[in-house]
Design a protein around this ligand. Structure first.
Ligand SMILES: Cc1ncc(COP(=O)(O)O)c(C=O)c1O
Length: 419
Protein backbone atom coordinates (compact mmCIF):
# COMPACT_ATOMS: atom_id res chain seq x y z
CA UNK A 1 0.00 0.00 0.00
CA UNK A 2 1.49 3.29 -1.05
CA UNK A 3 2.29 5.93 1.46
CA UNK A 4 0.27 4.60 4.33
CA UNK A 5 3.02 3.90 6.82
CA UNK A 6 3.31 0.80 8.91
CA UNK A 7 4.05 -0.35 12.41
CA UNK A 8 7.73 0.46 11.96
CA UNK A 9 6.78 4.07 11.44
CA UNK A 10 4.70 3.99 14.58
CA UNK A 11 7.56 2.49 16.52
CA UNK A 12 9.78 5.48 15.93
CA UNK A 13 7.81 7.15 18.66
CA UNK A 14 9.60 6.67 21.99
CA UNK A 15 6.41 5.69 23.74
CA UNK A 16 6.19 2.52 21.83
CA UNK A 17 8.61 -0.18 22.56
CA UNK A 18 9.25 -2.04 25.75
CA UNK A 19 11.88 -0.77 28.14
CA UNK A 20 14.06 -3.70 27.15
CA UNK A 21 14.66 -2.44 23.62
CA UNK A 22 16.23 0.69 25.07
CA UNK A 23 18.98 -1.39 26.59
CA UNK A 24 19.42 -3.78 23.69
CA UNK A 25 23.09 -4.21 22.97
CA UNK A 26 23.06 -7.35 20.85
CA UNK A 27 25.60 -10.14 20.88
CA UNK A 28 25.75 -13.82 20.02
CA UNK A 29 24.36 -15.03 23.32
CA UNK A 30 20.72 -14.05 23.52
CA UNK A 31 21.24 -13.34 27.23
CA UNK A 32 24.03 -10.84 26.46
CA UNK A 33 21.59 -7.97 26.90
CA UNK A 34 20.81 -9.14 30.41
CA UNK A 35 24.47 -9.53 31.36
CA UNK A 36 25.29 -6.07 29.97
CA UNK A 37 22.31 -4.34 31.56
CA UNK A 38 23.80 -2.04 34.22
CA UNK A 39 21.43 0.86 34.51
CA UNK A 40 19.09 -0.55 37.16
CA UNK A 41 21.98 -1.61 39.40
CA UNK A 42 23.58 1.82 39.07
CA UNK A 43 20.34 3.56 40.00
CA UNK A 44 20.01 1.24 43.03
CA UNK A 45 23.54 2.11 44.18
CA UNK A 46 22.58 5.78 44.23
CA UNK A 47 19.30 4.94 45.98
CA UNK A 48 17.46 6.35 42.96
CA UNK A 49 15.83 3.25 41.49
CA UNK A 50 12.15 4.16 41.12
CA UNK A 51 10.65 0.85 39.96
CA UNK A 52 9.22 -2.18 41.74
CA UNK A 53 8.91 -0.19 44.95
CA UNK A 54 7.48 -2.46 47.63
CA UNK A 55 4.23 -1.13 49.05
CA UNK A 56 3.38 -2.74 52.37
CA UNK A 57 -0.17 -1.45 52.65
CA UNK A 58 -2.46 0.40 50.27
CA UNK A 59 -4.95 2.81 51.81
CA UNK A 60 -5.85 4.68 48.58
CA UNK A 61 -4.83 8.26 49.53
CA UNK A 62 -1.94 6.93 51.55
CA UNK A 63 0.20 3.82 51.64
CA UNK A 64 2.90 2.34 53.80
CA UNK A 65 6.38 2.27 52.23
CA UNK A 66 9.50 1.26 54.16
CA UNK A 67 7.41 1.20 57.34
CA UNK A 68 6.26 4.78 56.94
CA UNK A 69 2.90 6.34 56.07
CA UNK A 70 3.28 7.99 52.67
CA UNK A 71 0.94 10.08 50.52
CA UNK A 72 0.09 7.94 47.50
CA UNK A 73 0.14 9.96 44.27
CA UNK A 74 1.27 7.10 42.08
CA UNK A 75 -1.83 4.91 41.75
CA UNK A 76 -4.85 4.82 39.43
CA UNK A 77 -7.24 4.35 42.33
CA UNK A 78 -9.24 7.40 41.26
CA UNK A 79 -12.22 6.90 43.56
CA UNK A 80 -10.34 5.08 46.31
CA UNK A 81 -12.61 2.06 45.95
CA UNK A 82 -9.94 -0.57 46.65
CA UNK A 83 -10.36 0.22 50.34
CA UNK A 84 -14.16 0.38 50.31
CA UNK A 85 -15.45 -2.23 52.81
CA UNK A 86 -18.25 -3.34 50.45
CA UNK A 87 -15.77 -3.95 47.62
CA UNK A 88 -13.47 -5.95 49.87
CA UNK A 89 -16.40 -7.92 51.31
CA UNK A 90 -17.71 -8.76 47.82
CA UNK A 91 -14.31 -10.17 46.85
CA UNK A 92 -14.03 -12.17 50.08
CA UNK A 93 -17.51 -13.65 49.62
CA UNK A 94 -16.80 -14.60 46.01
CA UNK A 95 -13.52 -16.28 46.85
CA UNK A 96 -15.18 -18.19 49.69
CA UNK A 97 -18.01 -19.35 47.44
CA UNK A 98 -16.24 -19.89 44.13
CA UNK A 99 -12.54 -20.28 44.93
CA UNK A 100 -9.51 -18.42 43.62
CA UNK A 101 -9.61 -19.47 39.97
CA UNK A 102 -11.76 -21.08 37.30
CA UNK A 103 -8.61 -22.73 35.86
CA UNK A 104 -9.44 -22.21 32.24
CA UNK A 105 -10.34 -19.85 29.41
CA UNK A 106 -13.74 -18.24 29.02
CA UNK A 107 -14.50 -20.28 25.91
CA UNK A 108 -14.09 -23.66 27.66
CA UNK A 109 -14.54 -23.91 31.41
CA UNK A 110 -13.86 -20.34 32.60
CA UNK A 111 -17.15 -18.48 32.22
CA UNK A 112 -18.90 -17.70 35.52
CA UNK A 113 -22.27 -16.07 36.15
CA UNK A 114 -20.40 -13.14 37.77
CA UNK A 115 -18.74 -12.45 34.39
CA UNK A 116 -22.15 -12.30 32.74
CA UNK A 117 -23.58 -10.07 35.44
CA UNK A 118 -20.63 -7.71 35.14
CA UNK A 119 -20.95 -7.64 31.34
CA UNK A 120 -24.62 -6.79 31.57
CA UNK A 121 -24.03 -4.02 34.11
CA UNK A 122 -21.18 -2.50 32.12
CA UNK A 123 -23.08 -2.56 28.84
CA UNK A 124 -25.98 -0.76 30.54
CA UNK A 125 -23.67 1.77 32.22
CA UNK A 126 -21.94 2.62 28.93
CA UNK A 127 -25.07 2.52 26.76
CA UNK A 128 -23.76 -0.31 24.59
CA UNK A 129 -25.63 -3.39 23.43
CA UNK A 130 -23.12 -5.92 24.72
CA UNK A 131 -19.88 -6.31 26.62
CA UNK A 132 -17.13 -8.90 27.06
CA UNK A 133 -14.96 -9.18 30.16
CA UNK A 134 -11.24 -10.04 29.84
CA UNK A 135 -8.63 -10.98 32.45
CA UNK A 136 -6.79 -7.65 32.09
CA UNK A 137 -7.28 -4.35 30.26
CA UNK A 138 -4.13 -5.16 28.30
CA UNK A 139 -5.75 -8.34 27.05
CA UNK A 140 -8.93 -6.48 26.12
CA UNK A 141 -6.98 -4.45 23.56
CA UNK A 142 -5.17 -7.55 22.30
CA UNK A 143 -8.47 -9.40 22.11
CA UNK A 144 -10.17 -6.71 20.08
CA UNK A 145 -7.28 -6.16 17.68
CA UNK A 146 -6.46 -9.84 17.16
CA UNK A 147 -10.08 -10.35 16.10
CA UNK A 148 -10.46 -7.38 13.77
CA UNK A 149 -7.08 -6.21 12.49
CA UNK A 150 -6.99 -8.76 9.68
CA UNK A 151 -5.15 -8.70 6.33
CA UNK A 152 -6.70 -6.00 4.18
CA UNK A 153 -7.59 -3.81 7.15
CA UNK A 154 -5.80 -0.84 8.59
CA UNK A 155 -5.52 0.63 12.06
CA UNK A 156 -4.80 4.33 12.51
CA UNK A 157 -3.70 4.94 16.07
CA UNK A 158 -2.71 8.00 18.05
CA UNK A 159 1.04 7.85 18.69
CA UNK A 160 0.32 8.54 22.36
CA UNK A 161 -1.90 5.46 22.71
CA UNK A 162 -1.21 2.92 25.42
CA UNK A 163 1.36 0.15 24.84
CA UNK A 164 -1.39 -2.49 24.79
CA UNK A 165 -2.74 -0.97 21.57
CA UNK A 166 0.73 -1.12 20.04
CA UNK A 167 1.03 -4.73 21.13
CA UNK A 168 -2.44 -5.58 19.84
CA UNK A 169 -1.44 -4.05 16.52
CA UNK A 170 1.54 -6.42 16.40
CA UNK A 171 -0.72 -9.36 17.05
CA UNK A 172 -3.11 -8.34 14.27
CA UNK A 173 -2.31 -9.19 10.67
CA UNK A 174 -3.38 -5.88 9.16
CA UNK A 175 -1.43 -2.66 8.65
CA UNK A 176 -0.91 -0.02 11.32
CA UNK A 177 -0.09 3.63 11.00
CA UNK A 178 0.37 6.26 13.69
CA UNK A 179 -0.95 9.81 13.56
CA UNK A 180 0.44 12.74 15.55
CA UNK A 181 -0.79 12.88 19.11
CA UNK A 182 -4.33 14.24 19.42
CA UNK A 183 -4.12 15.71 15.94
CA UNK A 184 -7.26 15.23 13.79
CA UNK A 185 -5.61 16.95 10.80
CA UNK A 186 -2.83 14.37 10.83
CA UNK A 187 -5.40 11.58 11.12
CA UNK A 188 -7.04 13.02 8.00
CA UNK A 189 -3.68 13.00 6.21
CA UNK A 190 -3.09 9.39 7.17
CA UNK A 191 -6.55 8.13 6.23
CA UNK A 192 -6.63 10.05 2.95
CA UNK A 193 -3.69 7.90 1.74
CA UNK A 194 -5.50 4.60 2.34
CA UNK A 195 -7.26 3.00 -0.65
CA UNK A 196 -11.06 2.91 -0.47
CA UNK A 197 -11.30 -0.87 -0.41
CA UNK A 198 -9.25 -1.19 2.78
CA UNK A 199 -11.28 -1.56 5.99
CA UNK A 200 -10.22 1.14 8.41
CA UNK A 201 -10.39 1.69 12.14
CA UNK A 202 -9.19 4.48 14.39
CA UNK A 203 -8.10 3.83 17.97
CA UNK A 204 -7.49 6.46 20.60
CA UNK A 205 -7.16 6.64 24.37
CA UNK A 206 -9.95 8.68 25.99
CA UNK A 207 -7.57 10.10 28.58
CA UNK A 208 -3.88 9.68 27.80
CA UNK A 209 -2.20 7.77 30.59
CA UNK A 210 1.08 9.65 30.95
CA UNK A 211 0.09 13.26 30.33
CA UNK A 212 -3.52 13.24 31.48
CA UNK A 213 -4.81 15.09 28.43
CA UNK A 214 -8.20 14.30 26.88
CA UNK A 215 -8.66 13.15 23.31
CA UNK A 216 -10.22 15.63 20.88
CA UNK A 217 -12.97 13.13 20.23
CA UNK A 218 -15.44 15.40 18.39
CA UNK A 219 -12.87 16.19 15.68
CA UNK A 220 -11.35 12.70 15.58
CA UNK A 221 -14.85 11.27 15.17
CA UNK A 222 -15.61 13.59 12.23
CA UNK A 223 -12.46 12.49 10.44
CA UNK A 224 -13.17 8.80 11.13
CA UNK A 225 -16.69 9.22 9.76
CA UNK A 226 -15.40 11.00 6.65
CA UNK A 227 -13.36 7.89 5.76
CA UNK A 228 -15.94 5.39 7.05
CA UNK A 229 -13.49 4.15 9.64
CA UNK A 230 -14.71 2.35 12.77
CA UNK A 231 -13.90 4.30 15.91
CA UNK A 232 -12.59 2.68 19.12
CA UNK A 233 -11.89 4.48 22.41
CA UNK A 234 -9.75 2.92 25.14
CA UNK A 235 -11.15 4.71 28.16
CA UNK A 236 -9.07 3.05 30.87
CA UNK A 237 -8.48 6.39 32.61
CA UNK A 238 -11.78 8.03 31.66
CA UNK A 239 -14.25 5.67 33.31
CA UNK A 240 -15.14 7.01 36.77
CA UNK A 241 -13.47 10.34 36.04
CA UNK A 242 -14.98 11.82 32.88
CA UNK A 243 -18.57 12.37 31.81
CA UNK A 244 -21.88 12.32 33.67
CA UNK A 245 -21.71 9.89 36.59
CA UNK A 246 -18.21 8.84 35.50
CA UNK A 247 -19.53 7.20 32.31
CA UNK A 248 -16.33 8.15 30.55
CA UNK A 249 -14.90 10.29 27.78
CA UNK A 250 -17.38 9.15 25.12
CA UNK A 251 -20.32 10.24 27.31
CA UNK A 252 -18.47 13.44 28.21
CA UNK A 253 -18.59 14.41 24.52
CA UNK A 254 -22.07 12.93 24.07
CA UNK A 255 -20.80 10.69 21.27
CA UNK A 256 -22.18 7.33 22.42
CA UNK A 257 -23.92 6.71 19.10
CA UNK A 258 -20.84 7.62 17.07
CA UNK A 259 -18.19 5.56 18.85
CA UNK A 260 -18.32 1.89 17.86
CA UNK A 261 -16.35 0.33 20.68
CA UNK A 262 -15.39 1.34 24.22
CA UNK A 263 -12.55 -0.58 25.85
CA UNK A 264 -11.70 -0.31 29.53
CA UNK A 265 -10.07 -1.81 32.56
CA UNK A 266 -11.02 -2.68 36.14
CA UNK A 267 -7.53 -1.88 37.40
CA UNK A 268 -8.18 1.82 37.92
CA UNK A 269 -11.51 3.31 39.07
CA UNK A 270 -13.14 -0.12 39.32
CA UNK A 271 -10.72 -1.24 42.03
CA UNK A 272 -9.99 -4.70 40.73
CA UNK A 273 -8.22 -6.32 37.84
CA UNK A 274 -9.61 -7.21 34.42
CA UNK A 275 -10.80 -5.41 31.32
CA UNK A 276 -13.69 -5.19 28.89
CA UNK A 277 -14.74 -4.46 25.33
CA UNK A 278 -18.23 -2.99 24.86
CA UNK A 279 -20.14 -2.54 21.60
CA UNK A 280 -22.63 -4.11 19.19
CA UNK A 281 -23.69 -7.68 20.12
CA UNK A 282 -22.58 -9.23 16.80
CA UNK A 283 -19.14 -7.64 17.14
CA UNK A 284 -18.73 -8.81 20.73
CA UNK A 285 -19.80 -12.31 19.78
CA UNK A 286 -17.10 -12.40 17.11
CA UNK A 287 -14.40 -11.40 19.64
CA UNK A 288 -15.64 -14.23 21.90
CA UNK A 289 -14.60 -16.68 19.20
CA UNK A 290 -11.61 -14.96 17.56
CA UNK A 291 -10.02 -12.74 20.22
CA UNK A 292 -6.87 -14.67 21.10
CA UNK A 293 -6.60 -13.81 24.83
CA UNK A 294 -10.27 -14.77 25.24
CA UNK A 295 -9.68 -18.20 23.75
CA UNK A 296 -6.13 -18.96 24.91
CA UNK A 297 -5.79 -17.44 28.37
CA UNK A 298 -7.51 -18.22 31.68
CA UNK A 299 -10.50 -16.14 32.68
CA UNK A 300 -10.89 -13.44 35.30
CA UNK A 301 -11.20 -14.95 38.81
CA UNK A 302 -14.71 -14.62 40.31
CA UNK A 303 -13.39 -12.52 43.22
CA UNK A 304 -12.03 -9.93 40.77
CA UNK A 305 -15.34 -9.86 38.91
CA UNK A 306 -17.23 -9.46 42.20
CA UNK A 307 -14.99 -6.56 43.29
CA UNK A 308 -15.45 -4.74 39.95
CA UNK A 309 -19.22 -5.32 40.07
CA UNK A 310 -19.42 -3.83 43.55
CA UNK A 311 -17.21 -0.89 42.59
CA UNK A 312 -19.47 -0.19 39.61
CA UNK A 313 -22.52 -0.34 41.88
CA UNK A 314 -20.92 2.19 44.25
CA UNK A 315 -19.93 4.45 41.34
CA UNK A 316 -23.58 4.50 40.18
CA UNK A 317 -24.88 4.99 43.72
CA UNK A 318 -22.39 7.71 44.73
CA UNK A 319 -21.64 9.84 41.65
CA UNK A 320 -20.41 12.60 43.97
CA UNK A 321 -17.13 10.67 44.18
CA UNK A 322 -16.51 11.67 40.55
CA UNK A 323 -17.00 15.32 41.48
CA UNK A 324 -14.58 14.91 44.37
CA UNK A 325 -11.71 13.47 42.33
CA UNK A 326 -12.08 16.21 39.75
CA UNK A 327 -12.26 18.92 42.43
CA UNK A 328 -9.07 17.55 43.99
CA UNK A 329 -7.39 17.47 40.58
CA UNK A 330 -8.43 21.06 39.91
CA UNK A 331 -7.13 22.17 43.31
CA UNK A 332 -3.72 20.55 42.90
CA UNK A 333 -3.34 21.60 39.26
CA UNK A 334 -4.20 25.26 39.91
CA UNK A 335 -1.86 25.40 42.89
CA UNK A 336 1.03 23.97 40.91
CA UNK A 337 0.39 26.05 37.78
CA UNK A 338 0.28 29.25 39.83
CA UNK A 339 3.72 28.33 41.18
CA UNK A 340 5.21 27.92 37.72
CA UNK A 341 5.20 24.13 37.30
CA UNK A 342 4.92 22.75 33.76
CA UNK A 343 2.04 20.24 33.77
CA UNK A 344 1.88 19.75 30.01
CA UNK A 345 -1.71 19.50 28.77
CA UNK A 346 -3.15 17.78 31.82
CA UNK A 347 -6.91 18.21 32.18
CA UNK A 348 -7.63 15.26 34.46
CA UNK A 349 -6.50 13.72 37.77
CA UNK A 350 -3.36 12.56 35.94
CA UNK A 351 -0.76 15.30 36.26
CA UNK A 352 2.73 15.09 34.85
CA UNK A 353 5.36 17.39 36.27
CA UNK A 354 7.61 17.78 33.29
CA UNK A 355 11.17 17.98 34.54
CA UNK A 356 13.21 17.24 31.41
CA UNK A 357 16.51 15.98 32.82
CA UNK A 358 16.57 12.29 33.81
CA UNK A 359 18.93 12.59 36.78
CA UNK A 360 16.98 15.50 38.25
CA UNK A 361 13.76 13.51 37.78
CA UNK A 362 15.19 10.55 39.71
CA UNK A 363 16.58 12.85 42.40
CA UNK A 364 13.20 14.50 42.82
CA UNK A 365 11.50 11.11 42.99
CA UNK A 366 13.80 10.02 45.83
CA UNK A 367 13.57 13.31 47.71
CA UNK A 368 9.78 13.29 47.46
CA UNK A 369 9.74 9.77 48.89
CA UNK A 370 11.99 10.98 51.70
CA UNK A 371 9.33 13.63 52.37
CA UNK A 372 6.64 10.93 52.54
CA UNK A 373 5.21 11.40 49.03
CA UNK A 374 5.12 8.64 46.42
CA UNK A 375 4.90 9.55 42.71
CA UNK A 376 5.80 7.70 39.49
CA UNK A 377 9.02 8.44 37.70
CA UNK A 378 8.61 8.29 33.90
CA UNK A 379 11.74 8.23 31.75
CA UNK A 380 12.74 7.44 28.17
CA UNK A 381 11.55 5.41 26.30
CA UNK A 382 8.12 5.85 27.94
CA UNK A 383 8.49 9.54 27.06
CA UNK A 384 10.99 11.36 24.80
CA UNK A 385 14.40 11.72 26.48
CA UNK A 386 14.13 15.45 27.12
CA UNK A 387 10.64 15.03 28.57
CA UNK A 388 11.36 13.00 31.73
CA UNK A 389 8.55 13.56 34.15
CA UNK A 390 7.04 12.76 37.49
CA UNK A 391 3.55 11.37 37.01
CA UNK A 392 1.08 12.11 39.75
CA UNK A 393 -2.54 11.06 39.99
CA UNK A 394 -4.96 12.28 42.62
CA UNK A 395 -7.89 10.40 44.09
CA UNK A 396 -11.22 11.49 45.52
CA UNK A 397 -9.86 10.48 48.94
CA UNK A 398 -6.93 12.88 49.19
CA UNK A 399 -7.45 15.65 51.71
CA UNK A 400 -6.61 19.27 51.00
CA UNK A 401 -4.05 19.06 53.77
CA UNK A 402 -2.29 16.22 51.94
CA UNK A 403 -2.39 18.11 48.64
CA UNK A 404 -1.00 21.23 50.33
CA UNK A 405 1.86 19.14 51.69
CA UNK A 406 2.61 17.91 48.16
CA UNK A 407 2.66 21.47 46.78
CA UNK A 408 4.93 22.67 49.59
CA UNK A 409 7.36 19.78 49.03
CA UNK A 410 7.48 20.40 45.28
CA UNK A 411 8.04 24.14 45.72
CA UNK A 412 10.90 23.40 48.14
CA UNK A 413 12.48 20.99 45.65
CA UNK A 414 12.01 23.39 42.75
CA UNK A 415 13.90 26.07 44.64
CA UNK A 416 16.62 23.57 45.46
CA UNK A 417 17.11 22.01 42.03
CA UNK A 418 15.88 24.84 39.77
CA UNK A 419 14.81 22.70 36.82
C1 LIG B 1 -4.97 3.41 28.33
C2 LIG B 1 -4.70 2.07 28.94
N1 LIG B 1 -5.18 0.99 28.31
C3 LIG B 1 -4.98 -0.24 28.81
C4 LIG B 1 -4.27 -0.45 29.97
C5 LIG B 1 -4.03 -1.83 30.47
O1 LIG B 1 -4.85 -2.10 31.55
P1 LIG B 1 -4.51 -3.22 32.63
O2 LIG B 1 -3.47 -2.67 33.52
O3 LIG B 1 -5.82 -3.44 33.29
O4 LIG B 1 -4.04 -4.42 31.90
C6 LIG B 1 -3.77 0.66 30.66
C7 LIG B 1 -3.01 0.47 31.91
O5 LIG B 1 -2.28 1.26 32.39
C8 LIG B 1 -3.98 1.95 30.12
O6 LIG B 1 -3.50 3.02 30.73
Amino acid sequence: MANQGNLAEVQEHPNIDSYVSFFTKGGKDVFANAYNFQEAEMAKQFNMYPYYQVIDRNEAATCVIEGRETIMLGSNNYLGLTIHPEVRQAAIKAIAEHGPSLTGSRILNGTHRLHLELEEQLAGFLGKESCLVFTTGYQANLGFLSAFLKKGTMLAMDKGDHASIYDGARLGKGETVGFAHNNPADLDRVLSAVPDDIGKMVMVDGVFSMEGDVVDLPQIQKVAQKYQARLVVDDAHGIGVMGPGGRGTVSHFNLNDKVDIIIGTFSKTLASIGGFVAGEAKVIDFIKHFGRPMVFSASLPPASAAAALKALEILKREPERVGRVNANAHYLRENLLSRGFNLGHSQTPIMPIIVGDEIITLTLWRELLNEGIYVNSVLYPAVPREMSLLRMSVTSEHTREQLDKVVAALVKLKNKHRW
